[in-house]
Design a protein around this ligand. Sequence first.
Ligand code: NAP
Ligand code: MG
Length: 403
Amino acid sequence: MEKIKMTTPLVEMDGDEMTRILWKMIKEDLLAPYVELNTEYYDLGLEYRNETGDQVTVDAANATKKYKVAVKCATITPNAARMDEYHLKEMYKSPNGTIRSMLDGTVFRAPIVVKGIEPCVKNWKKPITLARHAYGDVYKNTEMVIPGPGRVELVYTAADGTETRELVHNFTGAGVAQGMHNLNDSIESFARSCFEYALSTKQDLWFSTKDTISKKYDHTFKDIFQDIYEKEYKDAFEKAGITYFYTLIDDAVARVMKAEGGFIWACKNYDGDVMSDMVSSAFGSLAMMTSVLVSPHGYFEYEAAHGTVQRHYYKHLKGEETSTNSVATIFAWSGALRKRGELDGNTDLCLFADRLEQATLTTIEKGEMTKDLALITSIKNPSVLNSREFILAVRKNLDVLYA
Ligand code: NAP
Ligand code: MG
């Protein structure tokens, strides 16, 4: 078969540790035999980030603005231990944080659903994608311990010096108080990222807050979403046959538990933090969770939701066998290649992405999987493969689809 050609480059961000090992195998064994890969390569491995003073991360984010689609390997976020391990010049920020702020994006996490790995919630048949607003609220709060009786007020001083005050509470004894904020710009970007991603994946979008109690703060979120929907996305949603609906967070939680899945659930920062852990653990495994950063300007960056799997990497370095799950990283590639194909009108590339995913799922459904899945599968007597064997098993099933 002639290799599939790519007209526009894809931004490729390499990473660290075990996922860097898997990255190379995926490229060599699953992609290169079928696709004439056209990527603009950025090495986000910690050594090269250190060598460039983290400029490579900034360059990779700028390239994503240029080409619109990127695929990223998991990377180390430095801490004190990594400073010594890698002799770092400084404690660089998380690459994901740098890229997210440059692209102004929102992260959508979605589980990979496969027969044999059953969600704890038995009616969940399709993935539930969670979108978490990544700015403000309690994550940028100011708190006070109130030692005794006294007034706590919120004071807004406008540019011209005029003050507006709201009483928080007239304390008659000790207590606690907190102030928090958000920005219309950030909420608008969040809303647009959600609408863009819903259109891109043809899924309904749910958004929930506690606006019945928080009549100004949460209500502003609700109004901004509604306003942008009406003005910019309503027609496109109707054409795509998908819906946007707003509901109270309590109602959303109740509906999610009874739903089949197959939709995007957008949440405020705290709700998203909590609910994404609940949804992802109920779907089975962190190693089966993908993540895509979507910017309101229509840039997409795909990756696995898990980290660099450090413990497995150290085993690998000692020459021991590893059984590390590459599914989420394979799906990061298929997601990015499909999006590249869609934007370029490259149907062969889109078909390849579909088949790569299908071959991966078929492999698991036939009972061939890595250790983490073998421990939780409902399939009887699964074969436990090592990291490389799993990728080669996927390759076999992919070859069948192209035979
Ligand atoms: P991790 O890499 O997600 O791994 C935590 C544990 O989860 C592993 O030890 C392993 O459990 C299991 N696991 C995760 N992914 C797996 C996979 N693909 N296959 C099999 N098992 C898997 O988290 P971490 O060890 O806390 O973090 C390691 C590094 O990753 C850190 O330096 C952190 O900064 C970075 N990180 C990066 C990203 C990102 O780039 N998006 C996200 C999170 C963390 P067992 O050991 O029990 O087998
Ligand atoms: Mg959390």
